[in-house]
Structures are given as C-alpha cells and as structure tokens.
Design a protein around this ligand. Structure first.
Ligand code: FAD
Length: 536
C-alpha cells in the first residue's frame, strides 16, 4: 500500500503517542490527541477500510471464512477458541478488525451507562463470590461532559430516556419510525413502560439500512473509523500502519520502551513517549501476558495477577414482539429502547432495545449459522431440513415482528478470563463459567417483560440457554484504585508503568446493562485529556 498516511520508516520517527488498535477506544483517543497536535501513530491488525476499499452493500450476509476475505469485510480474521459452561468452542466471534475495529460492523446504538452502574456492588448484594467492586474509580458525573462530547462526535440521534433525562444532551432528533415500530412503541407505553427513541450514531442518509453487522458504504453510520481515524490521519497529521500485528511490548521496570510488531512479514519496533493499548478486551490482555520478561515474569503490568481476569460479556435474548396487525416496516431499524427493567424490584437486569436487523430468511439462516459456531450441539440437533424450515417459516411469521434484544449485566468473576494458548491462531483462549445468578436474572427479565406487555403485545423469546453476547466483551484489565486488585488506575494508566495506558473496554470494572461503545468513547476522550496534560 502506498497511502501517504502510512509512514515509510515508522521505526525511525519520534512519536508522541503510539496507539495499538484503531477501534472504538483507540480510534477515539488517537483522534483527540492528533487534533491537539500530538504526533500519533496507529498500529492496526486489520485493513485501512476507506479510500478505494469496497465496503459492500451494508447488508448482513455471510462473512467469508478465509482470513483475507474476513478482513476485507472488516472482521477479525481468526476463530476464537474458548471453553464455557456450554462446552469447548472455536468460532468466528463478533469482532472487527481494521480502521474502526468492531465499531465498523456494529449497530451503532450509543447509550450512556446509568449512575447506578458506577456503584455496581450496591445492586447485587447477594453475588458475594463475584469480584464486583463497590464503585468505579470515576463517577458518572465525572464522565458526563465526555458523554456529551462523544454524543456530538458520533452524531447521536434519539429522544430523551424518560427515566434518565438530560436536557443538555446534544442528541439530535431521529427520523420518523415505521408504522409498525410506532404501533409497538405506543403499545409499550400503554403497558406503563417508558420507551424512548434509541440513541443511534448515524446520519440516516436516504437509503440507510442501519448496517448492523456490516461495513457502512454511505458515510452514514458513525463508526470510529469514519468519525475519528480517517480525520486523524487525513486532517490532523496522525499516521497509521494497517495490516500490522503487534506482538509484544518491551519495558523496563517503570516504562514501556518499544512496541514490537510484524508488518509485511518483517519485525519492527516503534517507540513513543506514551503507548496506549486498545486492542479490545480479548487481545489487550493477551498482549500484556505475552510481554513476559525477566522483569515481568507473569506478564507486563501484571503484578496484581489480574491481567485477563474478570472477563465479562452481556447476555442477550432475542425477542420477537408481534403487533396485532400487519403494518409497513420501512424506517430506521434501531428505533426503540427502554430501561424499565434496568433496576426492577431492587434487582439489576438491563436494557431492552430493537435489534436493528430486518427479519428475512437469509438473516435467520445467517443467525442460525452464527449460533451454530457458538453452540454446535444445538445446530446439529436441528438438522439441515429443520434449519431450512426454520428460516422460511421464521421469516414468514416474524417478518412482521419487531425483533428486540435484552442486554443483561454480567458480573466479574476471578476465574472468567483470557489465558495464553499457543495452539490458537490468536495465541489465547477464554474460559467462562455461566453463573447461576445470571441465569436467574435472565429468567426474571423474561418473566417481568411478559407480565408487563402481555395485555398489548405478544413477546416470543427466540434464543436458547446460551445467550452470551460475545460482541460486548470487557473487564480484562480492570480499573481501580488498589494496585493489588486492578491493572490500571482511574486514568487508564497501568499502575506500575508511567507511560503505558489502556483505553478500550478492558478498562471496565463492571459491565453495566447497556451497550458499551459510548462509554468506551467517552472514557477514551477523558484518558486522552490526561495523556495530553502529561505530555504538555
Ligand atoms: C455486530 C456487532 C454489533 C454491535 N453493536 C453495538 C451497538 O449497537 N452498540 C454498542 O455500544 N456496541 C456494539 N457492539 C460492540 C462494540 O463494537 C464493541 O464493544 C467496541 O467496538 C469495543 O471497542 P474496543 O475499543 O474495546 O475494541 P475494538 O473496537 O474491537 O478495537 C480493537 C482493535 O484492535 C485491533 N487489534 C487487536 N489485536 C491487535 C494486535 N495484536 N495488533 C494490532 N491491532 C490489534 C483490532 O483489529 C481492532 O481494530 C457491536 C459489536 C458487533 C461485532
């Protein structure tokens, strides 16, 4: 590639900030620092997905399984290996690679966490075996100005959540809902619930299909590639090395010195005054664990033994909500969101939202294939004919439904984690035990929802027992005040290293019950401010 934004000799240049991973956290942070005039270099495993790159049609269809084909579509190249309570798996997870990281294929629902999320222990008093902290090292109020900045940056549209209004939120009015969604919205209100228009990062240009699960071809969806990385490299002097796999970080006892990476088959080292890891909650801890040395025998920044631990996701049921009549469904796909079940009778559950994907036989078939990788036994039991019938009949029955998804908070546990595994193409695997208290809260959510809506709507749960949402991994380098129980401090700086920061979802001390990306972006803007002050 001979893009002018790719430096010819990155190893000879003096960078202020080297950012590993150009996704939601890394892209946002790198942009904020480049805008202030710092020399920023992004190191990104995937491709530069802009310029003359073919970004497809924006529709969810089969992602090729060869590594190069996957990366052209913005997806992580290799299957993820792991073991959960449902058995061993090796599957193509919902992770992105390339400019924008996972956000380039996300559905762009950009919601804030709630103040209660920053004091997580208070709402799970009985989960005594979880490592849930009393509070985050930062408060909701401290993050609030950064939430507002992130909402402006990411073009967020929507309406105020009646249960957490913010009159100063810079959220733009959304386009009109489809008649079908408006009917469901009114029925939810009639059920004494408080729906609002989902907060979505999008310009909603004519012909917008939402692009959930796919690259957006129209400069419409606000992913961190389009919104941050491209302007950083084209207008603010930042540079990027795409197709660059970071292998490890070399460090003294107090400073990260070099980032060692492989570019076009060649190993090179780059140095920066500050190094920021933002490779996502699976790969950031992997890089630290891989960076063992005589000074760091258990992995870099891992004197606490917490690197890779406390892996959290969310659980998500898919629910078909069926209106009592057939109505036109043309309109934005992600239209409805509600938080009535976030805290229900003193229990913390989570959000309910439109999935953002229109139901067709193709989409159901793709959904079944993806589920099969996560849960092969279930897929085989269905048989080929069963799957074909399910796709066709499902599309006929559910084509009229609003497919909604729950997002239930998963709690951190010491043994749920990422570990090194040389037999996996990513050099890691995950280990995850599905806790009984999570199963119970999922059932409570289903019961409470049925109870609330049954007078006005039919709600059918489509997902099975294994409802882990791997797209929302977080928590594997948790932030905290105590260096013996956390990896980074309130500003994302590794406790033991003066110039090594973490700015992705690994930071999260708890998962909340809502989509993670706006919090990742707001926190990355906050960490960028701290780095800027330290470099000034
Ligand atoms: C289909 C889908 C739909 C989603 N919908 C939503 C939604 O509506 N709302 C929401 O809030 N969230 C959504 N998410 C989740 C969201 O995209 C992620 O939570 C978020 O992008 C994570 O940000 P991050 O910075 O932690 O990591 P990422 O955005 O994943 O960025 C990590 C980057 O690091 C790079 N990298 C990794 N290892 C290396 C290495 N060794 N060397 C160099 N580079 C490396 C990766 O290629 C990637 O670009 C969705 C995710 C998916 C997949």
């Amino acid at each position: 590639m001979s893009l002018p934004i790719v430096p010819e000799r990155p190893d000879d240049e003096a960078w202020d900030v080297v950012v590993v991973g150009a996704g939601m956290g890394g892209g946002t942070l790198g942009f904020a620092l480049a805008q202030r005039g710092f020399r920023v270099l992004f190191l990104e495993r995937g491709l530069y997905l802009f310029g003359d790159h073919d970004r497809g049609t924006g529709s969810l269809d089969s992602t090729p399984e060869d590594p190069d084909g996957r990366m052209r579509r913005g997806y992580w190249p290799h299957p993820i290996k792991g073991r959960s309570s449902f058995g061993p798996v090796e599957f193509f997870g919902p992770f992105g690679a390339g400019t924008g990281g996972s956000s380039s294929v996300y559905a762009a629902q950009l919601e804030r966490m709630r103040p209660a999320d920053f004091e997580p222990r208070r709402h799970h008093p009985t989960a005594t075996d979880s490592t849930l902290p009393e509070h985050w090292p930062i408060s909701y109020d401290e993050l609030l100005p950064y939430y507002r900045r992130a909402e402006t940056l990411y073009d967020v549209c929507g309406t105020d959540d009646p249960l957490q209004p913010d009159p100063e939120a810079p959220v733009r009015p959304p386009p009109p809902m489809s008649e079908r969604d408006a009917f469901v919205f009114d029925a939810l209100r009639a059920s004494d619930l408080n729906p609002y228009r989902a907060h979505v990062g999008s310009r909603f240009v004519p012909g917008c299909v939402g692009c959930g699960g796919a690259l957006c071809p129209k400069s419409c969806k606000a992913d961190s590639g389009r919104v941050c990385v491209v302007p950083a490299v084209t207008s603010h002097g930042a540079r990027i090395l795409p197709s660059c796999e970071v292998l490890r970080i070399e460090a003294t006892a107090s400073r990260a010195e070099r980032v060692v990476c492989r570019v076009q088959g060649r190993e090179i080292s780059v140095t920066g005054k500050v190094i920021v890891l933002a490779a996502g909650a699976l790969m950031t801890p992997t890089l630290l664990l891989r960076s063992q040395s005589s000074i760091w025998p258990d992995g870099l920044a891992n004197r606490s033994g917490r690197v890779g631990r406390n892996l959290m996701m969310h659980t998500s049921d898919q629910l078909a909500i069926r209106p009592s009549k057939t109505l036109p469904a043309e309109g934005p796909q992600k239209a409805i969101s509600l938080n009535d079940f976030y805290l229900r009778n003193g229990r913390k559950l989570g959000n309910l939202q439109s999935m953002g994907v229109p139901v067709s036989a193709g989409v159901i078939s793709e959904y079944l294939k993806q589920r099969a990788q996560k849960d092969p036994k279930w897929y085989l039991q269905m048989g080929r004919l069963g799957r074909k019938v399910a796709s066709t009949v499902g599309a006929a029955i559910f084509g009229q439904s609003v497919v909604m998804a729950s997002i239930v908070e998963d709690l951190p546990y010491h043994e749920n984690r990422v570990v090194l595994d040389a037999s996996s193409p990513n050099g890691m695997r995950f280990e995850y035990t599905y806790p009984a208290e999570l199963r119970e809260r999922n059932q409570l959510f289903r019961d409470e929802l049925q109870k609330a809506v049954s007078k006005h709507l039919t709600a059918l749960t489509l997902s099975g027992e294994n409802n882990l949402n791997f797209g929302h991994v977080c928590g594997t380098c948790r932030a905290g005040e105590d260096p013996t129980t956390s990896v980074v401090d309130r500003d994302g700086r590794c406790h033991e290293l003066e110039n090594l920061f973490i700015a992705d979802s690994s930071y999260f001390p708890s998962a909340g019950g809502i989509n993670p990306s706006l919090t990742i972006a707001a926190n990355a803007l906050r960490i960028a401010d701290r780095i800027a002050s330290s470099l000034a």
